[in-house]
Design a protein around this ligand. Structure first.
Ligand code: PMP
Length: 419
């Protein structure tokens, strides 16, 4: 359940024609070694529908120029469309103002921006930063870098055997030295949906700002940054059917204004002399150089595409796939699902007794099935379960039940080959 009261389990799929939606995705017609592609690596990167590909082509063929720099026709169009994309993101996350949306190159870049802009300015020796066992490396390593530079300390929230955060332990970590919380909204390795509203409210009792890594939440849950009240919210376009190379940082305006810039260069300045540079206002202060204009416009088109279907309907449909796949995998002897939280998105991490995940991925690939194998950039999660890696099937709204059947048959083939 998120701050808007929405849980994928309580929504309905409505009257969406999912087959018709699937037909929007040209890549899904591919054959791999003669076998139809079954794409279950959506948590790493989702696929792009024709509508967004067309939008990118239209930009490149009729609208491209650099932005903010000229009065000619193309520059004005590109500047306007770039701004419209920002406004679409503002609406998508329900931010109060468009200047609270910063374009970044992705989730990782957005977290690094906050680390440099906020952390390096405000975190001092002896301060404590709370992270969780579920974090992606992107929300661990920047804070470790900061901690070692400043002499600050990282405190970690443990998880239980289902892969859920131990909230009581989280609350016990707070003290007067706590200065920042980095919190993953949905675990990429396990699918666990974290109770971010409760955790944000608790941190705010200590006046501690919270950054939410929403990379895996934005494609599946309704985001309302005002209702959730987190201080920063970040995600990437490429997990939302958009292009690679672009993502966003939402930050409360007062915090963004107080922060120092991350990168210096063009557009992030109001004036420059060799004696002194005066920085531009937000969001420009954090968007040095030519931004990913085409990708940002594609990001905006992706938001239009997803909101036209409805994130709640998407989540409800994906949840039917999750329930079906969970039941099927639970019936196969030797298969163990890692991550069984009560609130999950459509991600299934699993192991097969006696078979290394990389071997599983290799054999499934021969059947055209794309799953991810490895530590999923979440090594502390693997360490917690005492395993080197898992295989992960992550579903999107363009997947279908028959593909889950193909996965189940593929897993049985893997077992025949190796056992
Ligand atoms: N956080 C989470 C939870 C993720 O799943 C990912 C992508 N796997 C990232 C951060 C990093 O995203 P990006 O590579 O787009 O910066």
């Amino acid at each position: 359940m998120n701050a808007t009261g929405f849980s994928p389990k309580s929504a309905t799929t409505g009257d969406v024609d999912w087959e018709k939606i699937r037909a929007d995705f040209p890549i899904l017609k591919l054959k791999i070694d003669g076998k139809p592609l079954v794409y279950f690596d959506n948590a790493a990167s989702s696929q792009m529908p024709q509508q967004i590909i067309d939008r990118l082509v239209r930009y490149q063929t009729a609208e491209h120029a650099n932005i903010n720099r000229a009065v000619h026709y193309l520059s004005e169009i590109a500047t306007m469309e770039f701004h419209r994309a920002r406004c679409k993101l503002q609406q998508f996350v329900n931010a109060e103002e468009d200047r609270e949306i910063i374009f970044t190159s992705g989730t990782t870049d957005a977290i690094n921006l906050v680390m440099h802009g906020y952390g390096r300015k405000f975190i001092k020796a002896g301060d404590e930063i709370i992270l969780t066992t579920l974090e992606h490396h992107s929300n661990i390593v920047p804070w470790q870098m900061l901690a070692s530079e400043k002499g600050a300390k990282i405190r970690v929230v443990p998880i239980n055997d289902k892969g859920e955060l131990e909230i009581d332990e989280y609350e016990k970590l707070f003290n007067e030295r706590t200065k920042f919380v980095g919190l993953i909204h949905v675990s990429n390795a396990l699918g666990t949906i974290n109770p971010i509203k409760r955790m944000i409210d608790f941190a705010h009792r200590y006046s501690v700002p919270v950054l939410i890594d929403g990379a895996q939440a934005a494609p599946h849950l309704t985001i309302d940054v005002q209702a959730q009240d987190g201080d920063f919210y970040v995600f990437s376009a490429h997990k939302l059917c958009g292009p690679t190379g672009v993502g966003m940082l939402y930050g409360k305006a007062t915090l963004l204004e107080a922060m120092q810039p991350f990168k210096g260069g063009g557009d992030m300045i109001a004036s420059v002399t060799f004696e002194k540079t005066i920085y531009n206002t937000i969001p420009h202060k954090f968007e040095a150089g030519t931004p990913p204009i085409a990708a940002a416009i594609g990001f905006g088109a992706a938001i239009d595409y997803l909101t036209a279907i409805g994130i709640e309907r998407i989540a409800a449909y994906e949840n039917t796939l999750l329930d079906y796949a969970t039941a099927c995998l639970n019936e196969i002897p030797g298969v163990k699902i890692i991550g069984t939280a009560a609130e999950k998105t459509a991600v299934i991490s699993f192991t097969i007794d006696g078979i290394h995940p990389h071997d599983i991925g290799t054999i499934l690939n021969q059947d055209g099935i794309a799953v991810r194998t490895g530590h999923h950039c979440a090594q502390p999660v693997m360490q917690r379960f005492n395993i080197p890696a898992t295989s992960r099937a992550s579903f999107a709204f363009y997947n279908k039940k028959s593909e889950v059947d193909t996965l189940v048959a593929g897993i049985k083939t893997v077992q025949k080959v190796f056992l």
